[in-house]
Design a binder for this molecule. Structure first.
Ligand SMILES: [Zn+2]
Length: 292
């Protein structure tokens, strides 16, 4: 896969309004593509290349925020390496295994993790805090439960689908144009005002309930196919129901009424079969469109 959108702009060297027209032209081809997960026609004005570009900008803005506040990133080599191994195993069996995935661990007491569009992933150390955290630090299965849910948001392209629904045609053109033209600046990240709230320099994606339950289901099968025990997902979301946190926490961005764990339990027998199969299967195979 090549990500050549930026190069195309350079070679045509259009003025700003020309760029918008050019983007609208490009976008018209990507408005109703086949969904990578369901295989059905889906409504998304953004190309997958644009997801990658936008996610890279979110990550860049987040890293710049950490640099200003002297928050160390990837300093804990053992945890960074564990997180990257888990991300690698999950993404290899996902519906889009060839995105430029990249995972980081920030030394911040925030109980959260996110995957930006296009595969850029941030995990905050508070996620495994013994008192207020969501997962047990020693459990790869529990960490995989959270990461597979986040990666599912990414492969289901929930952010750009949601943007596509919220924006008018011309706004999408302008937004994408400024995001791409603004490489190296914060313009791209500002685009996410609609779906990302920036409080305390922490990006907090906000998804609809429908997107949340979809990511729960897709993520459950991703972790099972990657060889992580799917029962951990039920445990994690049961725990989330019992814990509370501030607005930067995963408890606020992923409200749990107890329904989540119940919904997951419904798919658990099937996910456990997949998990058992993963132990006897050969090398990991990416998920096929339309199947979990
Ligand atoms: Zn979520």
């Amino acid at each position: 896969m090549t990500f050549s959108l930026k190069n195309k702009i350079k070679t045509v060297s259009l003025n700003r309004s020309g760029k918008v027209v050019f983007f609208l032209f490009l976008l018209s081809f990507s408005a109703c593509g086949k969904d990578y997960v369901t295989g059905k026609t889906s409504y998304n004005w953004f190309s997958l290349d644009t997801d990658v570009k936008l996610g890279a900008q979110v990550l860049q803005a987040q890293q710049a925020g950490f640099a200003r506040q002297n928050v160390p990133v990837d300093k804990d080599q053992e945890m960074t390496s564990r997180v990257r191994t888990i991300v690698g195993r999950i993404t290899r069996v996902s519906h889009i295994p060839n995105l430029p995935y990249e995972a980081h661990v920030a030394e911040a007491p925030v109980v959260n993790a996110w995957a930006a569009p296009g595969g850029k992933i941030m995990v905050y150390e508070g996620l495994w805090d013994p008192q207020k955290g969501l997962v047990r630090k020693e459990s790869d299965d529990e960490i995989a439960a959270v990461l597979s849910h986040e990666i599912a948001h990414c492969t289901a392209r929930h952010v750009t689908k949601s943007l596509s629904q919220q924006m008018t045609f011309s706004l999408v053109g302008l937004a994408v144009s400024s995001a791409i033209a603004g490489a190296g600046s914060y313009q791209g990240a500002n685009l996410f005002g609609e779906v990302f709230s920036q409080g305390m320099n922490i990006y907090i994606p906000s998804y609809s309930r429908k997107n949340e339950s979809e990511a729960d289901k897709i993520g459950l099968f991703y972790m099972a196919r990657a060889g992580y025990d799917p029962r951990a997902a039920v445990e994690v979301w049961k725990r989330a129901y019992q814990r509370k946190g501030d607005q930067t926490s995963i408890y606020a961005s992923h409200p749990s009424s107890g329904e989540r764990a119940k919904a997951l339990e419904k798919y658990l027998p099937q996910a456990l079969e997949v998990y058992e199969q993963s132990k006897i299967m050969g090398p990991p195979v990416p998920a096929r469109k339309g199947t979990l």
